[in-house]
Structures are given as C-alpha cells and as structure tokens.
Design a protein around this ligand. Structure first.
Ligand SMILES: Nc1ncnc2c1ncn2[C@@H]1O[C@H](COP(=O)(O)OP(=O)(O)O)[C@@H](O)[C@H]1O
Ligand SMILES: [Mg+2]
Ligand SMILES: [Zn+2]
Ligand SMILES: [Zn+2]
Length: 336
C-alpha cells in the first residue's frame, strides 16, 4: 500500500509502527522519524509565491536574504521567484551538532567546510565550542575570537582569518564559555547572531562547529543556522543509535524557536568489521530514510590530519576518510 508522508509528501509503503499515527479520526503517515518530529514540533509555513501551506522538510524550501526569509513549497515556486533575482546571494548556514561529545562534530565541520572551499566556493567556518578545536585543527591562532565579535568588541572582518583559498575561519576559546554567564540565559537571541551575520554577502556557506551540549551556546547556534547535520557515532557498545539521535533531535526541537531543516544524520566511526556498527547503521537508515547520509568509516588518517594542521583532503587525499568526507561534501552541495 502506497501512502503519502504528511510532512514531505513523499510516497512510500509504511512498514514500521511509528510511520502510521492516529490523530482523532484521521490516520497520518510519516516516512521517517524526522518527518514525524517535524510534524509534532514545528508549524506549517506559507509559500511566498503561491501561498500554499506546507512543512519545511527540504533545504531549498527556505531562502534567507539579509533580514528577509522566503519560503517555497516546490522547486517550481522557487524557480519562479529566484529566476527574477538571479544575482542575489544565498547563504546556507549549517550547524554540525550533537549534544554528545566525541561523535565527530569538529572533524565533520572542518572537513565539510574545507571540502566545499576546495571546490572554489567561498566558505566561513565558525567555531562555537569554547574548546577551540577548529583553530587548532587548521593551525590558526588568534586572540580575536567569536566571543569578541558577539560581545561587540570587534568587527567581523577583524576576527575572520583567511586560512586557505576560499576558506575563512572564526576561532573560539574559553572566553566564549565565560560570556555565556554574562548573558540572559533564556533568550537564545541575546547574542543577536543572526542580525550580526545578516549583512554578510561574501560567503555561500557558513559551517558552525558546536559544543557537545545543548547549552545556551548551542541554542544560539540553532537560532542562527537554517540547517543541521547530526553526526552519530556507530561505535557504541550498546545498541543505542536511534534512541540517542531521536533524543538529540527532540532536545534540539525543544529549544527551536524557528524552523530548521535536518540536512542529514551522519553515521560516523563506522567500523566495517564490527557487527554493532552495521546494526546501528541499519537502524539509522530504517528510521531516517534518505536523511541518513552515507557513513564515515573509522580512519586513522582522520585522527592524524588535525595533528598536522590539515584537512583530510590536504593530509591524505587518497584515504578512506577523504573519500567519505568528499561524499558528504557532494551530498551537501547537491542537496535540495
Ligand atoms: N572517522 C574517524 N575515524 C577515526 N578517528 C576519528 C574519526 N572522526 C573523528 N575522529 C577522531 O576522534 C576524536 C573525536 O572527534 P571530534 O571530531 O573531535 O568529535 P567532537 O567534536 O564531536 O567531540 C578526534 O581525535 C578525531 O580526530
Ligand atoms: Mg568538537
Ligand atoms: Zn516524509
Ligand atoms: Zn508555492
């Protein structure tokens, strides 16, 4: 039996219990856990072109230009709108986030941003983790950090450091965790991140590395970004893959003050010889369908690259790590 997903409108055959939900007298179908969460936690938006109401489930459905946000129910509506304004800049702001530590967030943020930049696309990598691993990984140090910028002490151009062709970085340090205390904690917009970055036109992509907690900083990032990639480690001894990730997304949705599109769940630390890894991957694929990206294998080169202050593409371009992260880069660039 083919049914239509209530959120993304994809046709599919339900075979998992969560995919069929009773709502009063109606039965609703959801192709993936993400569509189900999207339905429960977010509201419909209105297409800026045809007025149709729909759930945000795809990246192309939202476009931010300066302070304005446009919504498109379909590719046809988007093309009708942007055909007229071909020259305006689209900025994709992608958070790499999971409240667990050690799931490959920094590795993913650094290599995703580096990989996009290597294709000649202007990219900004922002470190929002007070541990400051991004700068360390790429061999940049600066005492002008994201905290100074968010505290209005310096201009954006003073803290963006060109590190490679088409790649700029804003570093972070422990000052960022200190400023967390100075701010109103229950207002995720207290940093005014979105406003502060809104006149940026130089970059097509902004990739944000997040701290391993759903702290104030994490919420500020969610308030700023419009997409999220969630790296999930496949190496847990317990079979907890899906439960953990649903908990993470639930957590994120709880704090969500605006609609975010989940670009993908990225299985990391995939060990091809380990049965648990395969079980977790299957579980993720079953529950997240096409939102589950292809896995990043465990690869020693990925661990070594930051020690040499390089991206995986510079350090070991022929490694499995480079192959897997290149797939991610391609997927993100062609994601709709
Ligand atoms: N696929 C991988 N294979 C091997 N080591 C990895 C892989 N991904 C990340 N690492 C290493 O694991 C550690 C934790 O990764 P990291 O990206 O810092 O996680 P997080 O930012 O989520 O805490 C780092 O030492 C990193 O180099
Ligand atoms: Mg990290
Ligand atoms: Zn769906
Ligand atoms: Zn429309």
């Amino acid at each position: 039996m083919q049914v239509k997903c209530a959120v993304c409108e994809k046709d599919f055959t339900p075979h998992l219990s969560f995919q069929t939900q009773k709502e009063g007298d109606n039965i609703l179908y959801f192709c993936s856990q993400i569509c189900l969460l999207q339905y429960k936690t977010s509201k419909k938006v209105k297409c800026s072109v045809c007025g149709n109401e729909f759930f945000l489930s795809k990246v192309f459905q939202r476009e931010e230009v300066g302070f304005n946000t446009y919504f498109y129910c379909s590719l046809a509506c988007r093309d009708r709108q942007s055909g007229a304004q071909e020259t305006r800049t689209r900025v994709r702001k992608i958070a790499v986030m999971n409240q667990k530590g050690g799931t490959g967030k920094t590795t993913t943020a650094v290599n995703l941003a580096s990989g996009i930049a290597e294709k000649g696309i202007k990219t900004l990598l922002v470190d929002m983790d007070p541990q400051g691993s991004v700068g360390v990984s790429l061999g940049v140090r600066s005492d002008k950090t994201i905290a100074d910028f968010l505290m209005n002490r310096i201009a954006l151009t003073d803290c963006t450091i060109p590190v490679r062709k088409d790649l700029d970085v804003i570093t972070s340090n422990e000052k960022l965790s200190m400023m967390e205390f100075e701010f109103v904690r229950d207002d995720p917009n207290a940093f005014r991140m979105r406003e502060k970055f809104s006149n940026i036109t130089d970059y097509k992509y902004i990739v944000v590395d997040c701290p391993p907690s759903m702290s104030y900083l994490g919420r500020a990032v969610l308030n700023f970004c419009n997409e999220i990639i969630i790296p999930v480690s496949c190496d847990y001894l317990s079979f907890m893959g899906t439960q953990n990730i649903i908990k993470s997304i639930n957590h994120i949705n709880e704090f969500l003050k605006r609609d975010i599109v989940v670009t993908g769940i990225l299985p990391t630390f995939f060990d091809i010889r380990n049965r648990i890894s395969h079980l977790i991957l299957q579980d993720l694929q079953k529950n997240f369908q096409d939102k589950c990206l292809s896995p990043v294998r465990i690869n020693t080169r990925l661990r070594e690259a930051p020690i040499h202050r390089m991206s995986i593409f510079e350090y070991a371009p022929d490694s499995h790590g480079a192959e897997d992260y290149n797939l991610l880069v391609e997927k993100v660039l062609h994601y709709q």
